[in-house]
Each structure stands twice: as structure tokens, then as C-alpha cells.
Design a protein around this ligand. Sequence first.
Ligand code: G1P
Length: 196
Amino acid sequence: MTITTVRQPAPLGLGHAVWCAKPVVGDEPFAVLLPDDLIMGQPGCLKQMVEQWNRTGGHLVAVENVPLSQVNRYGILDVIEEKGQVARARGMVEKPSPDQAPSTLSVIGRYILDPVVFDYLDRKQKGQGGEIQLTDAIAATIEQVGLSGLRFVGTRYDCGNKAGYVTAIVDAALVHPETAAALYAHLEALMGRRVA
Ligand code: G1P
């Protein structure tokens, strides 16, 4: 396997970070994985997405519903119709306030994107929070290639906050053969201490 790394020289936004990889990606569909979203699923979320993308093409994002009070933390889809696990969207908004949100269907950090997003990102236009947003590049190119959201099967951990990060580690350790028995014993001891 060959790994090429590209450094984003300044924190100008997720869209800018993706744009920095443009020379490596070239003119092909590509995947974006945000590592602070950990997804445990069988098969893995990206594999589920590749299978769906083979049917729909265009832009495909992983989605799940969030409480209305949390829509301001995510990219939110403006949905046209839902069929099974797939939502077809006419728009996407970055971190809207609850009263402005077109739905509660939020984007989780897995994307398969058409390279047409680079046409928008080339302009370096700032969006929400003064950052160059990947969401805006996707929204601006929906008419050209379409946008679908896949309700993936699996559990997603938001490792961008401390509680989510710890929860992910505990759940991963509870299913790992090297750590499961010791961690269960520790948790049982903790629970016993709490009851006593
Ligand atoms: C980014 C994206 C957002 C997406 C989220 C998923 O936001 O900009 O659209 O919903 O990842 O985790 P960030 O978490 O970087 O603020």
C-alpha cells in the first residue's frame, strides 16, 4: 500500500483541508473519513457506502437522525424523499440553528464525493464560522451530480467530545479478546462499590 500525506498549512476549514488533497485525488470519486467520528459496524460503514454508491453515484454521505437541539453541531440534509435506508436531498446546510434546520438528518464524518466539489473549493469561499466548508461545496454541486444520504447500520461515537471518546474506548475494549474479560471484571467491581 502506498500512503501519501498532505498537510493543511492553516486551519481554514474542512473544505480547505479536502482541497489541499486535490492534487493527490485527481479527477476521480473519492472518500473522506473524519477520524473523530468512529463507527463500529459489520460490514464497516464505508463498505456499506461503496455498495450504495455503486447504485446511486454522485455525492453520498453517511447520515443519522439527531435531536433537534443538536442540529447546530452538524451538516443537515434538506430531504426530498426517503426510500429504505437512502434519503435523496436537494440541499445541505452547515450547523443551522434548530429553527432554521431543514430536517434532523445529520451528516456523520463519512463521504464519497464526486470531484466536482473541487470546482467550488477552488474559489476558497468562506461559509459558516468563517471557514471554507465542505458542506457548501457539496450543496453547490448537487444539481450537477445529486446527493444521497445513507442511514448506515452501526454505532457511531462522537470522539470530538471527551465523554464520546471514553465511551468508544470502553465499548471497543469490551469486545476485544485481549481486554474484554479484565474490563468486565473491573466494571463489575466498580458497580459493586457503587451499590455498597
Ligand atoms: C464536520 C462537518 C459537518 C459534519 C460533522 C460530522 O463538522 O463540517 O458537516 O456533520 O463534521 O462529524 P465538525 O465536526 O468538524 O465541526
